[in-house]
Design a protein around this ligand. Structure first.
Ligand code: NDP
Length: 288
């Protein structure tokens, strides 16, 4: 059975839109999301445009600060510092990846944690890991909402998370292994030897790698629940664009064994943007 992320996100947006109306009345302006985009990475441009489109649709003011690839560290720091000081700037995002000459960690740490709606500052990662989250990174937040809406309990389950990035894998582990979810969590990554040995016993598998076919039907047990986070472009001459978007799992063989699976596209993606918007609301509420 497919998990329809689009449908779940529609329900989430109903609440978010209501909340935006209430916040807008109280703070006498719409909540704002400020996105710093550096360079011309085509995937980043698409992601940012999707976020801005959604902002406009639901009543959040999106503000794009687009800078050339060769911008220096000091200039990015001063943009962030201005946004930190601006009472009308609720959420701040530094769209990743950024060019190699910039220091990502220093720049992220310069964002005021109260405006860090991606949840990537050390303060917010720390709050999440002690079980008292302020801003949960949107993809992990979206996956938790999907599990909740599908009435999938994590308690006592064997959950394998493949991937350990700060934006997906690590927050997933923090959330699922915490005292509110009580799962037994195994983290796999590029140095894991014999991935199948871990995945074959899993009740739930969350795959966030960024490579197609990391997991196939022979590596999972019957009835497994699979959350596929990956977004990969593969060449497809039959498609007018010349490519197709696929996830990290080999869908055909896995879907024959899984009891539930998120498709790509239409699974985790729509929930990621919804939960980002929810975080922007939380940031704006700090002004009330
Ligand atoms: P990263 O590249 O930051 O992390 C990838 C992780 O996968 C790393 O921990 C890496 O291990 C691990 N890995 C790489 N190869 C293997 C392998 N063969 N077997 C097991 N583990 C492996 O990626 P992100 O977490 O940022 O993103 C992952 C995917 O999810 C991407 O396709 C991205 O586009 C997508 N994504 C989708 C979102 C959505 O809304 N649907 C949102 C965010 C991301 P190591 O740590 O050892 O390098």
């Amino acid at each position: 059975m497919l998990i329809d992320g689009k449908e779940i996100s529609k329900l989430a947006y109903k609440d978010i839109v209501n909340e935006i109306k209430i916040i807008t009345k109280k703070i006498k302006r719409p909540p704002t999301l400020n996105i710093i985009l550096i360079g011309e990475n085509p995937s980043s441009l698409t992601y940012v445009n999707n976020k801005l489109k959604k902002c406009e649709e639901i009543g959040i003011k999106g503000n794009l600060i687009k800078k050339p690839n060769n911008i220096g560290q000091k200039d990015v720091l001063s943009i962030i510092s201005e946004l930190n000081a601006d009472k009308r700037a609720d959420g701040i995002i530094l769209q990743l990846p950024i060019p190699n000459h910039l220091n990502e960690r220093i720049l992220i740490e310069s964002i005021n944690p109260l405006k860090d709606v991606d949840g990537l500052t050390a303060t917010n990662i720390g709050l999440l890991s002690i079980g008292n989250p302020r801003f949960i990174p949107a993809t992990a937040y979206g996956i938790m909402e999907i599990l909740k809406k599908e009435k999938i309990s994590s308690e006592g389950k064997n959950i394998v998370v493949i991937g350990r990035s700060n934006i997906v894998g690590k927050p997933m582990v923090a959330l699922l292994s915490g005292k509110s979810e009580n799962a037994t969590v195994t983290v796999c990554h590029s140095k894991t030897i014999n991935l199948e040995q871990h995945t074959v016993n899993a009740d739930i598998i969350i795959v966030a790698v960024g490579k197609p076919n990391v997991l196939d039907g022979s590596m999972v047990k019957k009835g497994v629940i699979v959350i596929d986070v990956g977004i990969n472009r593969i060449e497809n001459k039959e498609n007018s664009k010349g490519f197709s978007i696929v996830g990290d799992v080999e869908f055909n063989s896995i879907s024959k064994k899984a009891s539930l699976i998120t498709p790509v596209p239409g699974g985790v993606g729509p929930m990621t943007i919804a939960m980002l918007m929810k975080n922007v609301c939380e940031a704006a509420k700090l002004n009330i």
